[in-house]
Design a protein. Structure first.
Length: 207
């Protein structure tokens, strides 16, 4: 048996790292307990809450502000099924036919009403836009609704975009021709309004 002493190598880095972790944990202050918010009584109309109020979270879109009741946005009803739409269309056609029969019974000279077509829709929008721009108002003071005319013309533009490549050649020609005409009338009218607004007012004695 050898008397040579045995040496054991100890990795001091491990113990040093653990000691540093304990010292770092001891040096950090312990987290303070979270404050408990006691419920406060609602202020009356005669008094207001003093000082700034604590906001714990950002208000959600559509949430009510202080003093107002929050009303959820109404949800859209589900779209009708194909069968429901078919039944409703059938009931609508039957009701419209009864109304037409009643009118023709009281006015025998009136013939059957023509079916509504795409040209009827375009013509109705065209007439509305021209009336809003003052057309057909002879003999009375012209009343111009320039913003209403712009909306009607924009509706015709939306109609042209949404029905693109879904119209017959005649329907496309009618829509584009009418849209060009109302836009041209709108340009002429707005130019006239701009010129009149830049003219200096006439003195009362020189009229």
């Amino acid at each position: 048996m050898s008397d040579t002493p045995k040496f054991e190598v100890i990795d001091r880095r491990k113990y040093k790292a653990e000691e540093e972790e304990r010292e770092a944990a001891a040096s950090q202050p312990s987290p303070a307990p979270e404050p408990r918010l006691e419920p406060q009584p609602e202020p009356t109309k005669e008094e207001s809450r003093p000082g700034p109020q604590l906001v714990t979270e950002a208000p959600r879109p559509g949430a009510a502000v202080a003093g107002e009741e929050w009303e959820p946005e109404p949800e859209l009803p589900p779209a009708p099924s194909a069968e429901e739409s078919r039944q409703q269309k059938s009931a609508y056609d039957a009701s419209a036919q009864r109304l037409e029969d009643l009118i023709r019974a009281q006015n025998p000279g009136i013939g059957p009403q023509p079916a509504v077509t795409f040209e009827h829709l375009v013509n109705q929008l065209y007439v509305s836009a021209m009336i809003q721009m003052g057309a057909g108002q002879e003999g009375q003071r012209t009343r111009i609704d320039i913003l209403g005319a712009k909306q009607t013309i924009d509706l015709m533009g939306v109609l042209a975009d949404k029905t693109k490549q879904n119209l017959t050649e005649a329907e496309e020609r009618t829509l584009q021709t009418v849209l060009f005409e109302v836009r041209m009338a709108f340009l002429e009218l707005t130019n006239m309004i701009s010129i009149q607004s830049m003219q200096p007012p006439v003195p009362p004695g020189k009229r």
